[in-house]
Ligand binder design. Structure first.
Ligand code: KIV
Length: 264
């Protein structure tokens, strides 16, 4: 796959072509994903759970994300790579800028932060400093102890309107991508229609501009647990490359996610 840039992702949204994303944490998988058609890779703080075996993402540090970003970049020089800002690494704009710079130096094209209105100044600050931002709304795993568990967000109309409004504010502040997690499909559709920037969903229904999955879920690497919103693409395929191609094809032709992977 040739070099992926933010302008390419924006054109895909405008052309109605679904974009595909997956988490990656090392060079061998980033090479596999890039060679088999995945446009975006995220070094997610989910690594705390899937690599370190923790119950939450809260123990992940900037050094952890930088280390894995370096590896992912080494595996795929032309990939579009987003690095997650971990828990408490962006409490204010200056701290966020300092930490985000570490991730950009490690090879990221963009950083991702979880949160709404309170992040507007930080998004503006980073964008002004030349650090592109992906926002993240809906279920925010870094807030798990405040929310009281991993629950679907935006189910009541007032909360849904508030989330859309926060998406618009983050876009106005300079965010160039938005991830929306575990929200009703109808709200995923509203996000994609309301925003000009590409909206990538996970557990957000079929109508977002793209989909992202944690690679361990997409490849069925945890046999004991598969979240409702994901599918094991290794089933029915003989090798990892075919599984990744199936994921890309299913997102692009609209067969994934289906109603069984979505929330109402
Ligand atoms: O950390 C992560 O892997 C994420 C995705 C679930 C979007 O934020």
């Amino acid at each position: 796959m040739s070099k992926v840039r933010i302008s390419h992702l924006l054109k895909m949204k405008q052309a109605g072509e679904k974009l595909t994303a997956v988490t990656a944490y090392d060079a061998s998988f980033s090479k596999l994903f890039h060679e088999n058609g995945v446009e975006v890779m995220l070094i997610g703080d989910s690594l705390g759970m899937v690599l370190h075996g923790a119950d939450t993402t809260l123990g992940v540090s900037i050094d952890d994300i930088a280390y894995h970003t370096h590896a992912v970049r080494n595996g795929a020089k032309d990939a579009f790579v987003i690095a997650d800002m971990p828990f408490m690494s962006y409490p204010d704009p200056d701290t966020a800028g300092f930490n985000a710079a570490e991730l950009m130096r490690a090879g990221a094209n963009m950083v991702k932060m979880e949160g709404g209105e309170w992040l507007v100044d930080t998004v503006q600050h980073l964008t002004r400093q030349g650090i592109p931002v992906c926002a993240h709304l809906g279920l925010l795993p870094q807030q798990v102890h405040v929310i009281g568990g991993y629950r679907v967000q935006g189910k009541d109309p007032e909360q849904a309107d508030k989330l859309i409004n926060e998406g618009l504010q983050l876009q106005a502040a300079g965010a160039q991508l938005l991830v929306v997690e575990c929200i009703p499909s109808s709200l995923g559709k509203r996000f994609s229609e309301a925003l000009d920037i590409p909206v990538i969903g996970i557990g957000a229904g079929p109508d977002t501009d793209g989909q992202i999955l944690v690679m361990h879920d997409m490849l069925g690497m945890n046999a004991e647990y598969l979240p409702k919103f994901t599918r094991n693409f290794l089933i029915g395929n003989d090798c990892l490359a075919e599984a990744v191609q199936s994921y890309v094809a299913a997102v692009k032709n609209g067969s994934f996610p289906g109603p069984e992977h979505s929330f109402s």
